[in-house]
Design a protein around this ligand. Sequence first.
Ligand code: ZN
Length: 151
Amino acid sequence: MIFLVKGRLATLADAVVKEMTRFAIPPESSREAGGILLGHYRGPHVEILRCTTPMPSDRRTRFGFVRQDKGHQDVATKEWQASGGAINFVGEWHTHPERHPTPSWVDRRSWRRQMARPERDPLVFIIVGSAAVYCEFGVDGKLTAMGRVSH
Ligand SMILES: [Zn+2]
């Protein structure tokens, strides 16, 4: 899956789309799900190769997902080490109980906070609905909508 805005590409490996989508359809879709995105930067582009999925200490409710299990960071560290630093944390994803997802004000506030760190690497924020994937790019402290792609 490919998102392109202003010369920037965000590509998602098929396996990642498949894994995330599984949580946006029944029976998993009764509660929101999420995780982190792992991949690498190529110039202005981001290639997403892996994602984590909900872990036992995460909080999943009908209209919310709070990632609080340490396991996500552990996976990121392991992948980073195993790849000799080529695979990094590049963003996060969560599901919404809607077909064509739109970020909530809570999502935007959280993304803005993450982008506020000075010299923060670009981050990709994904929301997965039952029919489409929404993508937003955070670069230089600013968020840019990348649009929606059907899955
Ligand atoms: Zn949300």
